[in-house]
Design a protein around this ligand. Sequence first.
Ligand code: GRG
Length: 292
Amino acid sequence: MELKALRPELLAAVEERLLALSSPEPDEPPPLTEAVRRALFNGGKRVRPLLALLAARAFGGRTEGCVDLACAVEMVHASSLILDDLPCMDDSPLRRGKPALHMAFGEDVALLAAYALLGGAFRAAARGAARLPQERYPAEAYVDELAGAIGTAGLVGGQYLDLHPPTAVDFAALEYIHSHKTGALFIAAARLGAMAAQARPAELETVTGFAKNLGLAFQIQDDLLDARSTPEALGKPVGQDRGKTTFLTLSGETACRSAVDALLGAALAHLRPVGDPSLLEAFVEYVRTRTA
Ligand code: GRG
């Protein structure tokens, strides 16, 4: 099946499960439910869960077994966006064109919602993983994968260096920041999908190389979109990175566009040993042509 035809079905499964995963506990304070749901359902593209589900398909896995894992990754992503927007971090009043969560609910509720999403993500991952075959990858391997992507050598580490950059930010420093801030969750999404499909450890390495290149290309595109797109096309304010060193300020537009092409080419090259790479190839094409 082609990605165009499959995508709505996969995204519908993700929406449905995210709704279930964020349904209120019997004694949950309603404002928390509202904040968590606002963070989850405010127009995200669902790139990471889609990547997880397509990676599962590429290794012959049934995607139902992987939906919880895909949703766990999206919940971590939603949590990271809440935290990223806080005044002590990126200090952004808007997210996806609407008030950031701390603007709508206050910083205290935003922080609590971010923690609630993280807890929910681990619950989803643990429960999803427990329903998969345990011989090659026991349930804790999936949980460990997700935890590693968040930690000091993942999202948190990348965010730290983004907030405390070295005095001279060069390409290597930016690559470190973004391969952690953005790349870590792309890698976790693709690996979790492949693990759910029982891909062999060597195949996981292939998937890691694929997702690493894809994640970095995605981030460089983000820099380009931030500088060159319009708020209408992007669904959020542009020029947010002004004053920051980005791939664009460091290398210029032409070099950035070449880097995106080269990275996407490298991502595709990693797919050569994959049995049926067609859906992941189509996903690369979607990333190549994205406008938001
Ligand atoms: C403890 C979860 C946690 C995080 C702490 C705050 C933080 C560390 C990390 C921030 C990471 C971050 C916000 C990276 C930006 C990644 C990125 C490219 C975001 C945009 O992704 P899209 O385009 O967003 O997929 P949508 O809006 O479509 O969901």
